[in-house]
Structure formats: structure tokens, C-alpha cells
Ligand binder design. Structure first.
Ligand code: CAA
Length: 261
């Protein structure tokens, strides 16, 4: 891969978008490599992903403006689909994905972070949907996910004005969960990922699916989605062990890692 790095640390997979000369902007090649990288994740061993950008300045500075500048209407729509398909794969990826946003998260950069389950950022991070200033709409899910995350009023303000916001404001409006000094961001992301990875993997995956699928349904349907995924955890080795461990009165015993079975 030329633009996407992937490494596994313990039970955490770290994906780094690495196109530093263009501030990690997303061109077709980056999107294709990201798609292939997701397909290559070994779900038997990896329990959480972290997505970040190479360097100290930018997470992802958006879709590649050079590549987009000459597109026809049909090509523009196809480029939007290309991004949306990968971002949707990320959003529905079986295991949680943490975005560690280490700088600019503009346009497609803000959008890819919103396809992740959890967003944390460095104190130099900048968020925004600058597209209307370029003569286009957000095209990788921004009009949909931003409104769902921060509410339609704030999303419309950000998108119509194309004004960038800093990390503290992103925290205040609920776009990110926490802000860290740049040098502490990856350690914080890895610690969070390890905290997720130690829990029963089938249960964690089912939580992700229940939350995601439930958000797209009415409450009557959503609660049935939860019931099925809750029921699905029973009779697993991890459910039997987790509950037996709790009920065991021998407090000297050390909890074994969950087996993903
Ligand atoms: N596409 C292509 N190249 C980009 C880019 C992008 N989105 N963002 C930055 N670059 C390139 C610059 O062209 C520059 O390349 P050269 O060195 O070859 O000139 C290099 O990265 C460094 O950028 P700057 O010199 O501009 O760095 P800066 O520190 O002065 O500014 C910045 C940083 C404010 C992020 C500025 O680069 C910028 O505004 N970038 C564009 C941000 C943007 O508008 N993103 C949205 C794109 S549209 C989109 O994403 C549509 C969608 O929803 C699908």
C-alpha cells in the first residue's frame, strides 16, 4: 500500500492515512487502499481499530480537490459513491473504530471521522465542512452524519457557513468525546482501544450493531433489534464464563481473557 499503513498492536489494529504532502487528502487511490485495508483486518484477533492520519498537522484535509476539479456531474456522483461505500464499510465494520484526529479534519476528513464509532482529537484539531466555499455540497456523508451527531441546527450552521471550528468547540457541540495534547493522543486512543478489547468481543460487536441499526429504526423496531442481539450473546462461551466468574465467590481468582467464542 502506498497511502494507507496498517499495523497491529496487541488486539488493536491501527490504520494510518499517509499522504502527508497533500495533508492526507483522500483521492481515489487512498479510498481504494482504505477499502482493501478494511478487508484485510483479521477479525479473529483484532478487536478494535484506530484510524488516524500521518504527521502532526493533519488527520485528513478532505477529498482531493485536484482530482475533483475536472469531474463531470456523473463522475462527481460516482466519486461520492466511492467515498460513501468505503465510509459505510467503516461505519458498519463489525468491531469498533476510534478516530484519533490529529489535526485538520475538513470536508471528507470530518466525514470519515463521523463514520467512526468514537472521535477523540488533539488540541490542534480543526473541523469543518468547507465544501460550499468550493461550489459543492459535502459528498462523503457530511450532510447526513453531522446532523445526526450534533443536531440539524448546528450542522446546518457549520455546512452553510463553511466555518471551521477548533477542538474545544468540537468538544462543546459533541462532535468529539475528548481533546488531548497532540503527543498524548495516540496513547489515549490505544488505551481506549485496549479497554474495549478486553471486553467480550461478541457482546461488543452486538452493541455496535444494536446502536447503529437501532438508530435507523423507530423505537418499537429498535427495541426488537436489541432483544435479538441480546439473546444472541447467550450460550456463548464468553457469556457463560463472564457470568460464572461474577457468581464465583472465590475472590482470589483472576479473570481470564474472553475467547471471542
Ligand atoms: N485536496 C488536495 N490537496 C490538498 C487538500 C485537499 N483537500 N488539502 C491540502 N492539500 C494540499 C495543498 O494543495 C498543498 O499542496 P502543495 O504543497 O502541492 O501546494 C499541501 O496539501 C499543503 O497544504 P497548504 O499549503 O494549503 O497548507 P496550509 O497549512 O496553508 O493550509 C489547510 C492547510 C487549511 C488544511 C488547507 O490546505 C486547506 O484549506 N485545504 C483544503 C481543505 C478543504 O477544503 N477540504 C474539503 C475538500 S472538499 C471535500 O472533502 C468534498 C467531500 O465532502 C467529499
Amino acid at each position: 500500500m502506498e497511502f494507507v499503513l496498517y499495523e497491529v498492536k496487541g488486539q488493536t489494529g491501527i490504520i494510518t492515512i499517509s499522504r502527508e504532502k497533500a495533508l492526507n487528502a483522500l483521492n481515489s487511490a487512498v479510498l481504494e487502499e482504505l477499502d482493501k485495508t478494511l478487508d484485510s483486518v483479521d477479525l479473529d484477533t483484532v478487536r478494535c481499530l484506530i484510524l488516524t492520519g500521518a504527521g502532526q498537522k493533519s488527520f485528513v484535509a478532505g477529498a482531493d480537490i485536484g482530482e475533483m476539479s475536472t469531474l463531470t456531474k456523473a463522475e462527481g456522483e460516482a466519486f461520492g459513491k466511492k467515498g460513501n461505500d468505503v465510509f459505510r464499510k467503516l461505519e458498519t465494520f463489525p468491531i469498533p473504530v476510534i478516530a484519533a484526529i490529529n489535526g485538520f479534519a475538513l470536508g471528507g476528513g470530518c466525514e470519515i471521522s463521523m463514520s467512526c464509532d468514537i472521535r477523540i482529537c488533539s488540541d490542534n484539531a480543526v473541523f469543518g465542512q468547507p465544501e460550499v466555499g468550493l461550489g459543492i455540497t459535502p459528498g462523503f456523508g457530511g450532510t447526513q452524519r453531522l446532523a445526526r451527531l450534533v443536531g440539524p441546527g448546528m450542522a446546518k450552521q457549520m455546512i452553510y457557513t463553511a466555518r471551521n471550528i477548533k477542538a474545544d468547540e468540537a468538544l462543546r457541540i459533541g462532535l468529539v468525546n475528548a481533546v488531548y495534547p497532540q503527543e498524548e493522543l495516540m496513547a489515549a486512543a490505544e488505551k481506549m482501544a485496549a479497554g474495549i478489547a478486553k471486553n467480550a468481543p461478541i457482546a461488543v460487536r452486538n452493541c455496535k450493531k444494536a446502536i447503529n441499526d437501532g438508530l435507523e429504526a423507530g423505537m418499537d423496531e429498535a427495541i426488537v433489534i436489541e432483544e435479538k442481539l441480546f439473546g444472541d450473546c447467550f450460550e456463548t462461551e464468553d457469556q457463560k464464563y463472564g457470568m460464572a466468574f461474577f457468581l464465583d465467590k472465590n475472590k482470589e481468582k483472576v479473570k481470564e481473557p474472553f475467547q471471542n467464542k
